[in-house]
Design a binder for this molecule. Structure first.
Ligand SMILES: NC(=O)C1=CN([C@@H]2O[C@H](COP(=O)(O)OP(=O)(O)OC[C@H]3O[C@@H](n4cnc5c(N)ncnc54)[C@H](O)[C@@H]3O)[C@@H](O)[C@H]2O)C=CC1
Ligand SMILES: O=C(O)[C@H]1O[C@H](OP(=O)(O)OP(=O)(O)OC[C@H]2O[C@@H](n3ccc(=O)[nH]c3=O)[C@H](O)[C@@H]2O)[C@H](O)[C@@H](O)[C@@H]1O
Length: 440
């Protein structure tokens, strides 16, 4: 089989590499010449555990190619997977310009039958727009090559992307023809999925499934953050409450962790986009509006906690930040709580010393303020009035607390991911605040 993957972001690269790894010939196409040049040299644009090895292995075997030229690779492709970005437009809707540009180019270059499947997260109706764009481009060149469109949303998580792709909970495939279904069935066959894990449906339902999944997960997090804040007010402990409710299989124990808010390139934008789709159709999604509002407040909660501990005026206060990535095992800082918090702190006159094991380079691109990035977590603590833990990297879990205390001006720990033992820290002389953890 031969597949083309258009877009070499997280989804495109992981998809291309994992498909090549099971013997499919894959060409990964991107318009970013520099990215492609670097990929040809084996340099990946993202940090993702296990991915580099798979890319190198398959590039060496010639099964995985990188190019800016769709026309040079399109002949004989069974499937063309669109995996370009769908960033939020100013009104919150998903901006489809990249997807439709790709569709237009496919229409210009297609030589023989292929399934054009959208992996990008796109609103219901987009596959039909892709179909129209491909047809319009074909009409312009006066040719009609048969093709099918399909929806094949991606559910991988950054940091566990390779495992998620190779061993997915489910593969959702939305098609409108038997031929398209059979091509995509063949494409995923090497992963030896149990039948129930490949779920076939119509295209609109597949497109909606992706948004509904992310919106449901974001809802769980905002729900828990709301309950956590109430726990703190009434003297209950969110960690104990989480164990108590997670034991009910109807609720389940995953994605119930309160914290400094959800970030990343997807939950915030997908919740916004779904709210927008609702408005367009006269269906206000009030629950998701609340999910978004709670998350925005949650991202500023540690700022308020800091003011409560240090006083309203944060001018000149030295703040140590541990963790910049929106979650561990990734260098992605898009919509990370660290970004909005650091912005607010710097505007309030605070001085920031920050450390992250892999995300500093990305953080520099996104944070316009003067921040001192340190070589390790301890250096960030020098003369600090407070430590903010924002990403639960494994290396932050068991620090040398005596050393931490000796370096700080004031032993104040604000734990934005609830990874520390409050009683132990308080016993060691720290002032500890978590999210939804009783004050004493
Ligand atoms: N990042 C993630 O973990 C996940 C993302 N998604 C969805 O997948 C889509 C892609 O996300 P990412 O991989 O994060 O995107 P990204 O924004 O990191 O990368 C997109 C790539 O597409 C390229 N591109 C743009 N226009 C192009 C064109 N006309 N031709 C060729 N290449 C073009 C860009 O140069 C860029 O390299 C989005 O819709 C996202 O919501 C879905 C599941 C997981
Ligand atoms: O559409 C997407 O792009 C992807 O979005 C999420 O994946 P991802 O953004 O990589 O990261 P998650 O592990 O879901 O975490 C998102 C955010 O939620 C936060 N989170 C997660 C779980 C939890 O219990 N509490 C919590 O605050 C994390 O800290 C992080 O900031 C989904 O989990 C993927 O299934 C989906 O494919």
């Amino acid at each position: 089989m031969k597949a083309i993957v258009v877009g070499t972001g997280y989804v495109g690269l992981v998809t291309g590499a994992c498909l090549a790894d099971v013997g499919i010939h894959v060409a990964c196409i991107d318009i970013d010449q520099e990215k492609i040049d670097r990929l040809k040299q084996g340099i990946l644009p993202i940090y993702e555990p296990g991915l580099e090895e798979i890319v190198h292995r398959n590039a060496e075997k010639g099964r995985l190619q990188f190019s800016t030229r769709l026309d040079e690779h399109i002949a004989g492709a069974d499937a063309i997977l669109i995996a370009v970005g769908t960033p939020p437009d100013e009104d919150g809707s998903a901006d489809l310009k990249h997807v439709l540009n790709v569709a237009d180019e496919i229409g210009e270059k297609l030589q023989d039958y292929a399934v054009i499947a959208t992996k990008s997260t796109v609103p219901v109706g987009t596959s039909l727009k892709v179909k129209a764009a491909v047809e319009a481009a074909m009409n312009r060149r006066g040719q009609h090559i048969p093709f099918d469109v399909a929806s094949n949303p991606e559910f991988l998580k950054e940091g566990a992307a390779v495992r998620d792709f190779q061993s997915p909970d489910r593969v959702v495939i939305g098609t409108e023809s038997e031929r398209a279904r059979s091509v995509l069935e063949q494409l995923y066959k090497p992963f030896q999925l149990n039948r129930h894990r490949v779920i076939y449906m119509d295209i609109a339902s597949a497109e909606m499934t992706k948004y509904a999944a992310n919106a449901m997960l974001a809802t769980r997090i905002s729900f828990m953050n709301d309950i956590a804040n109430l726990c703190e007010a009434v003297g209950a402990d969110i960690n104990q409450v989480r164990s108590g409710i997670g034991a009910d299989p109807r609720i389940g124990s995953k994605f119930l962790y309160a914290g400094a808010g959800y970030g990343g390139s997807c939950f915030p934008k997908d919740v916004k986009a779904l709210i927008h789709t609702g408005r367009e159709h006269g269906q206000r999604l009030r629950l998701l509006e609340a999910v978004e509002a709670i998350n925005n407040d949650q991202k500023q909660l540690l700022f308020k906690k800091l003011q409560a501990a240090l006083g309203k005026d944060l001018q000149g206060k030295q703040i140590a930040v541990w963790g910049l990535a929106f979650k561990p095992q990734t260098d992605d800082v898009r919509e990370a709580p660290a970004l909005s918090l650091i912005d607010a702190l710097i505007k309030a006159g605070a001085i920031i010393r920050a450390y992250d094991p892999v995300a500093v380079e990305e953080a520099c691109k996104h944070i316009p303020h003067p921040v001192t990035y340190t070589r390790d977590e301890y250096e960030a603590l020098e003369q600090a009035d407070a430590l903010l833990l924002l990403t639960e990297w494994p290396e932050f879990r068991l620090p040398d607390w005596e050393r931490v205390k000796s370096l700080m001006r004031r032993p104040l720990v604000l734990d934005g991911r609830n990874i520390y033992n409050p009683a132990q820290l308080r016993q060691q002389g720290f002032e500890y605040h978590g999210i939804g953890i009783p004050l004493r």
